[in-house]
Design a protein around this ligand. Structure first.
Ligand code: HEM
Length: 229
């Protein structure tokens, strides 16, 4: 008996370093979400116990924010080209009802990312950037160093505005993250790209045919090791 999984042709989708980069983003995002919510409303303050209490959260949350900003920049430069808009994205969006009904025969061939994934990429770029800039503006300890170096310190009005923008950007980023994770689970076979580094040929053919054609032309496929009878 052979392992059923090994009989699929597999196509490499993410290198080891891209996967490590992505999972650093994912883990820091979840830690930021939990620590941020504990600072956001008193009712959620008990979440700070996960990190060792409120004092730890006060320094850890901004530090995690710095890690997320740097790590996300890594994803940004890696995936920038494949997330640029194309004409077929408009066609895909106009046929969104066929996307939701999984009627692939009515959809155009898609490259590495579909318009929904491109939306996640660009919106998280804007939101993580906004969270970073407003977060630095709210960071007492970090701002102390900035003030010492530059002599600039935000006024209380600027800090109040930064707090509101920070909270709105966080809510939007969390909502888009939930959609991202839901889509990764809902579209069967997507997760293995980020866990094993490859997807099946069938998955590529069904969801990212233009990308699959390019990978096959480059010879980037792993043939199954089928046992001889
Ligand atoms: C537990 C949380 C997460 C899971 C399970 C997850 C899962 C995945 C999977 C399976 C892919 C591959 C999609 C494909 O190849 O078609 C992916 C790609 C990606 N993920 Fe995540 N992810 C998570 C968190 C995040 C977070 C927090 C961010 C950003 C703030 C993020 C940003 C991205 C980006 C930029 C890509 C590349 C696709 C694109 O450019 O649109 N992910 N993720």
């Amino acid at each position: 008996m052979t392992d059923g999984r090994k009989q699929h042709i597999r196509v490499p989708r993410y290198s080891g370093s891209a996967r490590i980069n992505h999972w650093i983003v994912a883990i820091t995002f979840v830690l930021l979400l939990l620590s941020g919510l504990s600072l956001f409303v008193p009712a959620l303050f008990p979440l700070s116990a996960l990190f060792g209490g409120g004092r730890v959260v006060r320094w850890l949350h901004p530090m995690l924010g710095l890690i997320l900003a740097v790590a996300f920049l890594g994803l940004f430069f890696r995936f920038f080209w494949q997330n640029l808009p194309e004409f077929t994205d408009l066609v895909w969006l106009r046929r969104i009802k066929h996307v939701l009904a999984a009627e692939d025969q009515y959809l155009p061939e898609i490259g590495k990312y579909n318009p929904g994934q491109k939306f996640v990429f660009w919106s998280q770029f804007v939101l993580v950037g906004t969270l970073f800039i407003t977060g630095v503006g709210l960071w007492e300890q970090g701002l102390g160093y900035v003030r010492d170096w530059t002599g600039i310190y935000p006024t209380i009005e600027v800090k109040r505005l930064a707090a509101v923008i920070h909270a709105v950007a966080a809510v939007l980023a969390i909502a888009i993250w939930i959609i991202h994770v839901y889509a990764a689970i809902w579209v069967r076979g997507t997760l293995s790209g980020m866990t094993r580094g490859s997807v099946t040929g069938g998955y590529g053919w069904r969801h990212h045919r233009k990308w699959l054609r390019r990978e096959v032309a480059k010879g980037e496929i792993e043939r199954p090791k089928v046992a001889a009878n």
